[in-house]
Design a protein around this ligand. Structure first.
Ligand code: ADP
Ligand code: MG
Length: 679
């Protein structure tokens, strides 16, 4: 049974509510809610004794708060704290939301690099902790938890500490017989993770708990895989008339890689086990053709095919290119999206159930319970990282055990696919269709603004189109949105009566977004300002400029994806990265972008520079939410955990493993994963 939070000393209904906000609903969930980082409070120093250049901690009361705005897009917040003997200024940049948090008299703990300001010590962008009245600061290493608004560090810390004080052991959650040598008990390891006594012991604890986490995840993945592959697949014949007719009718030759990828898929579809294959290919490498070929193969074998994409506009585009390329083959192909009229939807449901429709192309609308297929043979999911595990699985469940082809343009290194998907089969398209001109790259700073605006106008005069992308960072979404809107207004005035300027951002409703994207696609808008990453996969061959403002805030893979939006037509295309950042990391990244066109290389560089966080930021599948383990650093542990999980399942059987791991899978990987397995 799960131990309830209120059994912990000091946790009443109020604190329980706060913990719920973090998704913590039981003691075991609390204990595995590990810190994001640690503060070294062993170095709390009186303000009068601060020294420049050192990382130090200070405790004091807020005595003065001021906001300054020296430049249009720069907000500076200055907070003075006093410890009775001296004053220190905490300085924050472009974090307007922070202002409300600093009330006069509030006790704060600040950790950061001490610098000599004007007449007063100063810390720029320090880590700040708001202290409760009763909270005493002990010199120690203190955990810092990921939080949401309305929850304090103190509540999490004290709840964990109180539980640990009242107990002396924790049952192992790794099943008996799967044992890894370790010097710490589970209780010790958990305690060490929350309240480290030394960095060496903390690393030991981390590894042990990372193994535990990976073991649970890998067991879950293996169970999922067994479930997906449990059924009998629709076994298909060697290539027949439709595939052959299609290959003869297209106006070009498949590239070697396209050919090879399709052969691998065809072989899988001719087997008895359902295919589980990931097709990875850079933007513009021609994955769509491979998907069409696979769908045709299903149809010529008497099955139906479904192609699911993340947005309506993409669905429409695929529908159009299918019509262009396969229009002559006499198939019944329909489009099913959110905005499809009710009557039409009903006709589609009926056609799919009766088997009169061969292929359906659509969005999430395909996942509705109403959608039932007569003989679903193949499911293709484009831009698969945009869909969660649960969504993928629910479409798969619609057939007996249809073959599944996932497609992605986000290059995912092998180590990552292994951890996220288990041993999924992979096909790669590395080669680009012939005749592509490389996109010209320019990295500039904002002093080039005037020249850029003239250049945009020149391209638009030649009936080309322009993307301008501004980053949207979660920390201050409103601020970034304001900056994008400002830019949009400025460009609108600038090109008034000449060119149409549009704006899309993440706060818009899906329908509004799609309307703007469609207008851009159809050429009714010439210049598109966007705060979000432009809808993946959108194909506007007429666009020749991709201008990214604040380029230093994007990952390499993201920049590469953005660059891939242009250079799809005949005309020379340009990617312009605008950045005022002088930091060496930012410079280094922009340089790599200038010199590399290979998406896989860029993804690997990204991993090296920024770690996995960034990569997963763009892959919304919820499965990779590892709290302790680091997929790159802990790869050997993962391989070990996977082998152990395999052995374990083999020993006790699928049914027992499923029951035994349910609680932990729920705790660690959330309901979405569990709902698929325990539906
Ligand atoms: P992506 O992999 O990004 O989905 P697409 O499938 O949209 O790429 O293909 C990009 C463009 O390249 C399309 O216009 C398509 O018609 C074209 N294309 C695909 N394969 C070839 C080929 N073998 N030769 C020439 N053009 C091709
Ligand atoms: Mg595509």
């Amino acid at each position: 049974m799960e131990e309830a939070l209120q059994t912990i000393k000091g946790v009443g209904p109020g604190r329980e509510r706060q913990l719920h906000k973090l998704g913590i609903t039981s003691v075991s969930a609390l204990l595995t809610y590990f810190p994001r980082e640690y503060e070294d409070r062993s170095k709390v120093v009186p303000i009068a004794q601060l020294e420049a250049g050192q990382m130090l901690s200070v405790v004091g009361q807020v005595v003065h708060v001021a906001e300054k705005r020296p430049r249009p897009r720069l907000w500076i917040l200055e907070v003075q704290v006093s410890d009775g003997l001296g004053r220190l200024k905490l300085v924050f940049f472009n974090q307007r939301h922070k202002k409300a948090q600093f009330r006069m008299g509030q006790r704060v703990f600040a950790y950061g690099k001490v610098e000599r300001g004007y007449g007063m010590w100063q810390m720029n962008s320090p880590q700040v902790d708001f202290l409760a009245k009763e909270e005493v600061i002990h010199p120690s290493i203190v955990p810092v938890y990921p939080l949401v608004e309305g929850v304090s560090q103190f509540v999490v810390r004290q709840s964990v500490a109180n539980w640990l004080t009242a107990h002396a052991e924790l049952p192992s959650i790794i099943p008996d017989g799967v044992s890894r040598k370790s010097s710490l008990s589970r209780y010790e390891a958990v305690k060490e993770m929350h309240f480290p006594t030394s960095s060496k012991r903390q690393e030991e604890a981390r590894q042990q708990l990372a193994y535990e986490e990976l073991f649970i995840m890998q067991t879950g993945l293996l169970l999922l895989r067994a479930q997906e592959q449990g059924g009998q697949a629709p076994q298909m014949e060697a290539d027949g008339c439709l595939v052959k007719a299609f290959l003869q009718s297209i106006p070009f030759q498949l590239t070697g890689d396209q050919e090879k990828a399709y052969q691998e898929i065809a072989l899988d579809m001719q087997a008895k086990r359902p295919m589980q294959r990931l097709l990875q290919g850079d933007v513009g490498s021609g994955k769509t053709i491979v998907a069409f070929l696979s769908l045709l193969k299903a149809v010529e074998n008497g099955y139906q095919g479904a192609l699911m994409v993340p947005t309506e506009i993409l669905a429409k585009q695929h529908r159009e290119s299918f019509e262009d390329l396969c229009g002559g083959l006499g198939l019944k192909v329909v489009l099913l999206v959110g905005s499809t009229k009710k009557k039409e939807k009903e006709a589609i449901y009926q056609g799919l159930a009766e088997g009169t429709i061969d292929i359906v192309i659509g969005t999430h609308a395909l996942l509705q319970d109403m959608v039932d297929f007569k003989r679903l043979g193949l499911v293709v999911i484009d831009e698969q990282h945009r869909f969660g595990v649960e969504q993928r699985a629910s479409l798969q469940r619609k057939g007996i055990s249809p073959h599944v082809l996932l497609m992605t343009a986000t290059p995912i290194p092998r180590t990552v696919t292994l951890s996220v998907y288990g041993d999924l089969e992979i096909s790669l398209i590395k080669e680009m269709p012939p005749g592509r001109k490389p996109v010209k790259m320019y990295a500039v700073d904002s002093s080039y603004e005037e020249r850029l605006l003239t250049f945009f106008a020149k391209e638009m005069a030649q009936h080309h189109q322009v993307y301008v992308v501004c980053p949207l960072v979660e920390e201050s979404e409103t601020l970034d949105l304001a900056a994008a809107e400002e830019l949009y207004e400025k460009l609108k005035v600038r090109y008034k009566n000449q060119y149409e300027v549009g704006l899309v951002h993440g706060r818009m409703k899906t329908q509004e977004k799609e309307a703007v994207m469609t207008a851009f696609h159809e050429g009714r808008i010439q210049l598109l300002v966007s705060t979000t990453v432009i809808e993946v996969g959108v194909n506007v061959p007429n666009a020749t400029i991709m201008c990214v403002v604040g380029a230093e805030r994007f990952g390499l893979s993201q920049l590469h994806q953005l660059r891939g939006r242009v250079g799809r037509g005949q005309a020379q295309a340009y990617c312009i990265l605008v950045s005022d950042s002088k930091g060496s990391e930012a410079r280094q990244r922009l340089h790599i972008m200038e010199t590399t066109q290979d998406g896989f290389k860029l993804a690997e560089e990204d991993l090296l520079i920024r770690g996995t966080g960034q990569l997963f930021g763009t892959m919304q599948h919820g499965l990779a939410d590892l709290r302790v383990a680091d997929i790159i650093k802990d790869l050997p542990l993962m391989v070990e955990a996977r082998a152990d999980a395999k052995r374990y399942i083999k020993r006790v059987g699928l049914a027992e493993a499923k029951v035994a791991m349910e609680g932990e899978l729920r705790n660690r990987f959330g309901a979405s994963f569990v709902r698929v397995l325990y539906a």
